[in-house]
Design a protein around this ligand. Structure first.
Ligand SMILES: *Cc1c(COP(=O)(O)O)cnc(C)c1O
Length: 386
């Protein structure tokens, strides 16, 4: 019997083919060159142009959101979204400790503080029950304002994340948020093409955000978008992300300090071409999940992470969860995979342990810490199989 690391390398090779294999490579197999050439030929390369409007329309159609606003990246999308729902300096934003740094930095851009919350083993995202019990303990709501009894600060938003594209139970979470008067901003950066009982991720809170970075399911080079069904919020976000310029044919009047966050036309052109291929990418990624599942079924002591019940995941990153007793093997497995040419990585280091967030408030993070020790992400790009 070979050791666990060797068995895992063999299982990955069986699915991903001969090394090397990157963690998540983009696939450009559609109209990318045609649309990009059109930008160059017409001169429309920057922040105005027909692809920006078209990309926004197609995103709204695809996700079912009433409004989609395209911006320069997923981090900027979250910054604009948090400002739009009223996150203010000195307040706290509830956010999982288990996420990418791009979820948390925008909280600080608003002058607010992250308040770290617990995740669930089933979804890898926020645990609504644990959060409800915690808030019942520490939160006081009066006149629609939620405060942290321990710090005295206002809690101005709840920022859940759909980790690796697996949708969390937004009905349960929205119920907790309503009980404590918290607006919900959904970080769906990893979840384009993911659904909770038929409803697209990122459309179930007040506002949701997407990312189109090079390693995401579809890419615009760099890019992001904000989704909302609320026309007032959409207007505010568009205004904030386009330097807060008051529309006029020639005058330059700006009525507040805004941001230069608009997505350029060349990036949107790439986005239009990628969006046309999205369903095909997801079909490939779901097939990859079935192959990995079959390959790992033969290995005791771990399992491939599958979409939560009632949801359809885009399976952005294929990941395994080691059984508790194998957690100590994680780094040896990562070494073996990377030595063999397969780009595997652990889940992010917890945000609550980053030097700049060490003093931030947090609830007990027992499950989160356990997940961190046991998860390994594997080569996941749609191009690995066709
Ligand atoms: C990628 C990502 C972001 C940030 O997106 P960028 O486009 O890289 O700025 C935010 N949150 C999560 C969970 C992400 O995976």
């Amino acid at each position: 019997m070979t050791n666990l690391a060797d068995q895992i390398v063999a299982a990955v090779r069986h699915v991903a083919g001969p090394a090397p294999a990157a963690l998540h490579e983009p696939v450009f197999a559609g109209h990318e060159i045609k649309y990009l050439s059109e930008c160059i030929e017409t001169g429309w390369v920057s922040s105005v142009g027909r692809f920006v409007d078209r990309f926004e329309q197609q995103l709204a159609e695809y996700t079912g959101a009433r409004h989609a606003i395209a911006v320069v990246n997923g981090t900027a999308a979250l910054h604009a979204a948090l400002l739009a729902v009223g996150v203010e300096a000195g307040s706290e934003v509830l956010v999982p400790a288990l996420t990418f740094i791009g979820t948390v930095n925008p909280i600080v851009y608003c002058g607010a503080r992250p308040h770290f919350i617990e995740s669930s083993c089933d979804t890898l995202g926020v645990d609504p029950d644990a959060l409800g019990r915690y808030l019942a303990d520490i939160a006081v709501v009066s006149d629609g304002v939620c405060r942290n009894r321990l710090t005295g600060a206002r809690m101005s938003a709840l920022l859940p994340v759909h980790i690796f594209g697996h949708p969390i139970d937004m009905d349960a979470l929205n119920e907790v948020a309503a009980r404590f008067s918290l607006p919900v901003v959904e970080d769906a950066a990893e979840a384009i093409g993911s659904y909770d009982r038929g409803r697209h991720a990122g459309t179930l809170g007040a506002v949701g955000t997407l990312s189109f970075n090079g390693n995401k399911t579809i890419t615009t080079g760099g890019g992001g978008a904000i989704l909302t069904n609320d026309a007032t919020l959409a207007g505010r976000i568009k205004h904030l992300s386009t330097t807060a310029r008051v529309p006029h044919r020639w005058q330059f009047l700006h009525d507040m300090v805004g941001y230069n966050y608009r997505l350029p036309n060349i990036n949107a052109a790439l986005g239009c071409a990628q969006l046309e291929q999205l369903d095909g990418f997801i079909a490939c990624k779901r097939r990859l999940t079935d192959l990995y599942t079959a390959s790992f079924e033969k290995i005791p002591g771990l399992k491939l992470i599958r979409e939560p019940k009632g949801t359809k995941s885009n399976y952005w990153l294929q990941s395994i969860m080691l059984d508790q007793q194998n957690a100590t093997e994680r780094d040896a497995i990562l070494e073996a995979l990377n030595d063999a040419g397969y780009a595997a990585r652990p889940v992010w280091r917890l945000m609550s342990t980053m030097p700049m967030f060490e003093g931030c408030p947090r609830m007990p993070l027992t499950v989160t810490e356990d997940i961190e020790r046991r998860v390994i992400s594997l080569p996941s790009g749609a191009g690995l199989i066709s």
